[in-house]
Design a protein around this ligand. Structure first.
Ligand SMILES: [Zn+2]
Ligand SMILES: [Zn+2]
Length: 342
């Protein structure tokens, strides 16, 4: 089978690998698509040490069950699935006390086990979710990302009538936009550097979009909402964007750190302000398993515009090019999906 194998920073090689065999409790998937995520681009450019090379990266996987391994009970050949890439051990102290997302022995498809930038991949049965045939390609590709957004939304716990400031309008920011717009918000303000993405955010449901480079974010928010916003969601992972936006938070409001900031960056924060304004600062990292199923149900309703998010489909041989576009030409694409059979 064809695979794009990651060997190290800016080193991805197209190789012919043996098609893997599913072990006990595993499925062999014929990969139909795999989304390109900021994390994958980060791995490629050496900003993340999560991947253990040589490995096939790519964790936003959708495919068809080609073969089931021994002991598989809930799948048969030919079923279409989406994948939760996070594998917990089930036996460490965190897993055993009901917090598998904090597992001490975690593994991850596309980091330390082969992922989706290839034609066939093996996944544990527990990580696969069957999806209806009617679910489109773009829906299946964004399913895993939407599940992480739904988990963040649960943590944030907004109410109808809450106001939002969403930082960033890439894939994650645009999914946040759409989840929030369905929650009867009082207002959605969204920041984004790239014009094309601002336009998409406005078309999807943001009441006001701001370019943070030439407009004062806090001033704009306060002119619309003098008390500030109830919720700020960071979908940029930029410490600078967060520092700039935090003073727009209403007293008693919540800031959700959702984008992944570089590990060596530090935020200068007044704890006096946190204390006096009684704001909450929370995070959300991975979705619990059932969120994938919720994402499937929501996508089936057709209320999330995924075509606005998945803007191109490229062959395996253009995996490195997809990372380059993500990193260096943000105005070209929003999310790229890799189709290994193209
Ligand atoms: Zn991702
Ligand atoms: Zn564990």
């Amino acid at each position: 089978m064809k695979a794009a194998v990651f060997y190290g920073t800016e080193d991805i090689r197209m190789e012919e690998l043996e098609t893997p065999s599913p072990g006990e409790g595993e499925l062999l998937l014929k990969v139909s698509g795999c989304g390109v995520c900021g994390t994958d681009a980060g791995i490629y450019y050496g900003k993340s040490d999560k991947a253990v090379p040589p490995v096939v990266i790519g964790h936003e996987i959708t495919g068809t069950v080609e073969r089931v391994g021994p002991g598989v009970v809930s799948f048969r050949e030919g079923q279409q699935v989406v994948v939760d890439p996070f594998i917990f051990c089930g036996v460490c102290d965190f897993c055993k006390t009901g917090s598998p997302l904090l597992c001490s022995n975690e593994s991850f498809l596309g980091y330390n086990r082969n992922g989706g930038y290839c034609q066939y991949t093996v996944v544990p049965e527990q990580n696969a979710y069957s999806v209806p045939e009617t679910l489109g390609f773009e829906e299946r590709v964004v399913c895993e990302t939407l599940a992480t957004v739904l988990a963040g939304f649960d943590r944030l716990g907004p109410k109808p009538g809450s106001s939002f400031l969403i930082l960033g309008a890439g894939t994650v920011g645009l999914l946040w936009n759409q989840v929030v717009r369905n929650s009867l918000p009082a207002a959605i303000v969204q920041t984004e550097v790239v014009k094309r993405r601002r336009e998409t955010a406005a078309a999807l449901g943001a009441d006001v979009t701001i370019s943070p480079c030439d407009t004062d974010v806090v001033e704009t928010v306060r002119s619309l909402l003098p008390l500030g916003v109830d919720c700020i969601v960071d979908a940029t992972g930029s410490t600078e964007a967060v520092s700039q936006a935090l003073p727009a938070l209403k007293k008693g409001g919540t800031f959700l750190s959702f984008g992944i900031c570089p590990p060596d960056e530090r935020l200068s924060l007044s704890l006096n302000w946190v204390y006096r304004s009684q704001v909450r600062i929370i995070t959300s990292r991975r979705p619990p398993r059932h969120k994938i199923q919720e994402a499937v149900c929501i996508l089936q309703r057709g209320i999330i515009d995924t075509k606005a998010v998945v803007t191109s489909v490229r062959p395996l041989s253009e995996t490195a090019e997809a990372f380059r576009l993500f990193e260096k030409e943000r105005d070209r694409e929003i999310k790229t999906a890799i189709d290994p059979w193209k």
